[in-house]
Design a protein around this ligand. Structure first.
Ligand SMILES: C[S@@+](CC[C@H](N)C(=O)[O-])C[C@H]1O[C@@H](n2cnc3c(N)ncnc32)[C@H](O)[C@@H]1O
Length: 279
């Protein structure tokens, strides 16, 4: 049974990196008029109230979006991300945080589509309510890792697949690699973004090695950490592994990650930028 609820973590430092990159990838797809399809294999509830008991339990957003909210020295792609979250809030106060489905919805044009998978019986109801009445969006109450490959390639032949598991089950690490191999065989030109946490670094090494040995080409990795690796300290860092990134992404992240690490982490921040496989 799944117990993870993203409401505890909404707007934390991991969401900042994940959603900032998601936004850049969708902005790139919007550069051409032709429609695209975005598939989110682990959608969550859609959006989150930062005043809820869940979010207030550990106030994780304090080390994430809240640290960026009032700054006027944001690098360009951080500014675009904060502007999107501000748009979602309407008022000038930080009260809500959009999850990946509502971020994607904001970027959809009339010719674009969004397909959302969610397995949790409570989250699926919240998700349906959050995106209801939008004909461009399909919500599927099923396993995104086994279901989403069947949607590929999308008829548009342009698209992004976001894979954002909660890694509650240890086999998730192996399954994401297998799923990415299957997906890239079906839709080689698609862009794929895989989120990962750093809790036990040996698992990350295994994941990276598996992807490097998978035959998948053109893989970049972007990681942001609040603290050095530790076995006792929960999630110290997280990252996004992007397959077929826009050619501009590495340069953007080279400017952005050092800045985010210094602003979000009070002197203990760290980052990684790597090409795991060339084109
Ligand atoms: C990290 S949260 C998603 C957060 C969301 N992507 C965002 O950025 O706002 C992971 C979600 O995946 C769901 N989940 C876990 N395993 C799944 C699976 N195999 N297929 C679909 N959803 C799954 C969980 O219930 C949880 O809501």
């Amino acid at each position: 049974m799944l117990s993870y609820r993203h409401a505890f973590h909404a707007g934390n430092f991991a969401d900042v990196l994940k959603h900032l990159i998601q936004l850049q990838l969708l902005e790139h797809l919007r550069k051409k008029d032709k429609g695209f399809c975005c598939v989110d294999t682990h959608a969550g509830a859609g959006g989150y109230l930062l005043g809820s008991d869940f979010a207030l339990k550990n106030r994780e957003f304090d080390n994430g979006i809240a640290k960026l909210w009032h700054r006027n020295d944001l690098p360009a792609c951080v500014a675009a991300y904060v502007a999107l979250v501000k748009h979602f809030n309407g008022s000038g106060r930080l009260e809500r945080y959009p999850g990946s489905p509502l971020i994607a919805r904001q970027l959809l044009r009339k010719q674009d589509r969004l397909v959302l998978y969610e397995l949790h019986s409570t989250e699926i109801k919240l998700l349906n309510a959050a995106v209801s009445k939008d004909k461009r969006i399909t919500v599927i109450h099923a396993d995104g890792l086994t279901g989403a490959p069947d949607l590929l390639p999308p008829f548009e032949r342009r698209g992004l697949v976001l894979i954002d598991p909660s890694y509650e089950i240890k086999t998730d690490y192996r399954q994401v690699t297998e799923t990415l191999i299957k997906m890239t065989k079906r839709f080689a030109t698609g862009t794929y973004a895989l989120w990962y946490p750093v809790i036990d670094r040996s698992r990350n090494h295994e994941l990276e090695r598996a992807l490097q040995n998978s035959g998948i080409k053109n893989i970049q990795l972007f990681e942001l950490g609040l603290r050095a690796d530790s076995h006792e300290d929960g999630m110290t860092a997280s990252g996004m592994i992007v397959i077929n990134p826009p050619w501009t992404l590495m340069a953007q992240m080279r400017q952005t990650l050092p800045w985010l690490a210094s602003i979000l982490a009070n002197g203990t921040g760290n980052f990684r930028l790597e090409t795991l496989a060339g084109e």
